[in-house]
Design a protein. Structure first.
Length: 198
């Protein structure tokens, strides 16, 4: 009976083994790095910075018989960083102040930094050009004047960046949207309106 022919077995190239070991080491390193970053974030637990309306006030209001309205308001915006050790940077801060859906002013700021456990305050005093009103809006303004309250809308956003230890930089957008119910007698209000507001 003839013996089966045996072919020599092919061995895996050592370079292939070497590459497989390198890939396995890299995969394990990536997994360990991910766990370290996640645990580090849970331990440090940085608080998100915020922007808020610190105060607002109606300085002047002129409403004439031609249904034209001119107003000037004072708005104080505060950027806060409640983290004890984390420094925050703010960029692209732009807030739109409007009345009856009409744009009054953009409240903007150049890029700025807020140190750990600190805040930066911005005082804005925008004055509108005369705002032409249609009959319905003019009636709404007259009603608001009788009630002693004029309502403005403030809406906008700012981008923040903060360094979180070995984790690196964390970036996010803050969104602010609120209504400012300003007394016509010039009383300053302190609204509870911030980018953390629900």
């Amino acid at each position: 009976m003839p013996q089966p022919v045996r072919h020599p077995q092919k061995c895996t190239n050592p370079i292939i083994w070497f590459m497989a070991i390198i890939c396995a080491i890299l995969a394990v390193a990536v997994i360990i790095a991910g766990i370290v970053v996640f645990v580090g974030y849970l331990v440090i637990r940085p608080k998100e910075p915020q922007i808020r309306v610190a105060s607002a006030q109606l300085d002047t209001l002129y409403f004439d018989q031609t249904s034209s309205l001119t107003v000037q308001v004072s708005v104080v915006i505060k950027a806060e960083n409640d983290n004890a050790k984390v420094h925050s940077s703010f960029q692209d801060m732009s807030l739109l102040l409007s009345f009856l859906g009409l744009k009054m002013a953009y409240l903007v700021a150049e890029p700025f930094d807020v140190k750990a456990n600190s805040s930066v305050q911005f005082n804005y005093v925008p004055q509108s050009s005369p705002i032409p009103l249609n009959p319905d809006d003019a009636e709404g303004v007259s009603r608001s004047l009788r009630q002693g309250i004029i309502t403005f809308d403030l809406k906008g956003k700012a981008k923040t960046r903060r360094r979180v230890g070995p984790i690196g930089s964390v970036k996010n957008w803050l969104h602010l949207e609120c209504q400012l119910h300003l007394p016509t007698n010039g009383t300053r209000i302190f609204p509870r309106c911030s980018s953390r507001s629900k």
